[in-house]
Design a protein around this ligand. Structure first.
Ligand code: SF4
Length: 392
């Protein structure tokens, strides 16, 4: 019998989900993401579930058993043992919700028993208790990082679930951490909503208990903006964007607050923080984007400098050729900063990026100097930089 902790959806119910929601394994920038449980009652207005057509799923449901999901993951064409960073339940539910947590541990323990050493990112804002920490510490192979989403947002229309829960969970998890690590995931930062001096001071204080802190902005996509408008919520921006939004002045204020307040190690990128807390160079190879590293601890800079290796065009072509999607692949330019490529969609590009530990950019989506792969909103228009100069 197919047994699951949360109710299992029937074949007909699964068939009615959106195509994206049905894609149980999906490559995202921070890792290959497993999402065979969907549904969340926490109701954050900015939830990415809007984008998957799954906003109405308020109760967690399973699309398949954990054993089936793990098989799907480890046999996926993008999965590489010990190399591919993984994420469990990061787009459609909270992994520590009651019963969802049982699925989380079943997956973690299955992967760990296979002797896999992959990074695993687990993002939560829910309750993590001492028993959970003991179970996480017992994993002998996986490199697990808990990322505690904390925004400090007080407006309950935007974030009804109390922020104090994530704060308490982070404090406990950091205190009891053995093999796993605990990161303060300070997001989404939105000007005027959660960036007052008091908000910044609270986050800086919290950062001192975490092994590292990542700060980032809001994914303000069309579907999320439509939800804000339909519900009369104050719109944070006048336009939507493909990437996360972190205006320049906000970034400056965050860095200043950490500097003067003596905050813990701070990162702009999730993979940088995750790699740092496990004593490894950034698995996304951001080191080539030199201006990203100006806030990084010296010992981590050294690790990334030693690991930084620019691949040849031939090497890139050879790895892309392993994928069925690699037929139209082209290398446009390779510099110290990044490889700019064409003919490869987002997910297989991450396969390349994680295989090489080097930035792989799509020629159609230029990265602008100092914007760190974020949206243009809130930054001066410095003109085109469709391919970043290696000499910048
Ligand atoms: S040195 Fe740069 S790439 Fe490496 S972790 Fe620090 S910020 Fe990231």
């Amino acid at each position: 019998m197919r047994r699951t902790f949360v109710p299992l959806l029937s074949v007909e119910q699964v068939a009615r989900l959106s195509e994206r929601a049905k894609e149980v394994v999906e490559y995202r920038k921070s890792g290959l993401s497993l999402n065979h449980v969907m549904g969340c009652p926490l109701d954050c207005a900015y939830c990415i579930r809007h984008v998957y057509g799954a906003w109405d799923m308020r109760q967690p449901r399973a699309l398949m058993t954990d054993a089936e999901a793990v098989e799907l993951l480890v046999n996926h064409r993008y999965f590489q043992p010990d190399v591919t960073p993984l994420q469990i339940f990061n787009r459609a539910t909270d992994p520590f919700l009651p019963k969802v947590k049982d699925h989380l541990f079943a997956v973690l323990e299955d992967l760990d028993e296979r002797g896999l050493r992959n990074h695993v990112l687990v993002i939560t804002r829910y309750r993590v208790d001492a028993e959970d920490c003991v179970r996480l510490n017992a994993l002998g192979n996986l490199r697990v990082t808990l990322l505690f989403t904390y925004s400090g947002i007080d407006d309950q229309r935007i974030e009804p679930f109390p922020k104090e829960v994530a704060e308490k969970s982070l404090r406990l998890a950091a205190q009891l951490a053995g093999r796993y690590r605990a990161v303060l995931y300070w997001r989404p930062l939105v000007p005027g909503l959660n960036d007052s001096p008091e908000h910044l001071i609270r986050a800086v204080e919290l950062s001192r208990v975490a092994h590292a802190t990542v700060f980032t902005g809001l994914f303000y996509r069309d579907e999320i903006a439509a939800y804000y408008r339909a519900n009369g919520l104050p719109e944070p921006y006048g336009e939507t964007a493909r990437r996360k939004i972190v205006p320049e002045t906000l970034e400056k204020r965050v860095l200043e607050a950490f500097r003067t307040g003596n905050g813990g190690p701070l990162f702009r990128k999730t993979s940088c923080a995750v790699s740092f807390v496990h004593g490894e160079p950034d698995y996304n190879g951001h080191y080539g984007i030199r201006e990203l590293c100006d806030i990084c601890p010296t010992q981590q800079l050294d690790r990334c400098a030693v690991a930084h290796r620019v691949p040849s065009a031939e090497e890139l072509r050879e790895i892309a050729a392993r994928l069925p999607e690699g037929e139209d692949f082209q290398v446009v330019e390779v510099s110290e900063r990044a490889a700019v490529v064409a003919g490869l969609e987002e997910q297989p590009r991450y396969f390349l990026q994680h295989s090489l530990g080097f930035q792989i950019h799509d020629v159609r989506h230029p990265h602008r100097h100092r914007r760190h792969g974020r949206a243009d909103i809130g930054w001066p228009d410095t003109g085109s930089s469709s391919v970043e100069s290696p000499h910048e």
